[in-house]
Design a protein around this ligand. Sequence first.
Ligand code: IPE
Ligand code: IPE
Ligand code: MG
Length: 253
Amino acid sequence: MQEAGAHEECSDAPRHVAIIMDGNGRWAAKRGLPRLEGHRRGVEALRRTVRAAIELEIRYLTIYSFSSENWRRPAAEIGDLFGLLRIFVRRDLADLHARAVKVRFIGSRQGLPADIADLLGEAENLTCANEGLTLVVAFNYGARQEILAAARAIAQAARRGDLEPGLLDEQGFAAFLDTAGIPDPDLLIRTSGEQRLSNFLLWQSAYAELVFMPVLWPDFDGAALASAINEFRSRDRRFGGLASRAPSLKERA
Ligand code: IPE
Ligand code: IPE
Ligand code: MG
């Protein structure tokens, strides 16, 4: 149960912003370019967004970069996406570290090329003591798979006698998710006009404010992030309770 008023102090600025970075392929198609070019420009949009998030003093930024379902794409595109992740981690890690960014990956490491799995571990290790923005990269991530893995681990712990099923609560369950220790997203943005979650943070987004934007991901920037945050600020988050604030004069008019 949420305590009444527990979230009031956070209602103004989002502490955790999660983004479904969508529309790279359409951005490229509109220009007669290969999809890879859209993905490349998408990495540039990500760099801009991380800088903007730091300036806006967001504490956690989670980005959806490869879903468990993206394995359904042609092998060549999957290879391109993995290649871009390699480039992003290799080229940007030092800069992220210098900006005190703590990098964390969520999703399954199984099935990933060994060099990628090593790279993810390296990025996490290098930045683990940083106290700036936490950048959570959802790579090879699917929320149903994450919840299922948690359920399996919980069942195994119960069978070993390490966990009493009747005492398991929401907090206890969440500790088995990849996002253990990370607060739930306050604001979830999806670009490209699609209005669905595509298996992203299903447990964690129970009370996230959803903002769907028509902008294609490669065109996303600090101004787009600021406009999503303004939209977030105009929402009344009630968490099942009653209105958290009195309506402003403008809203009453
Ligand atoms: C988002 O862009 C990047 C990934 C899903 C990896 P898309 O590749 O989905 O672009 P669209 O949706 O085809 O335009
Ligand atoms: C969601 O986008 C996954 C990522 C952004 C990584 P998709 O483009 O894969 O989602 P669908 O297929 O349109 O639902
Ligand atoms: Mg897409």
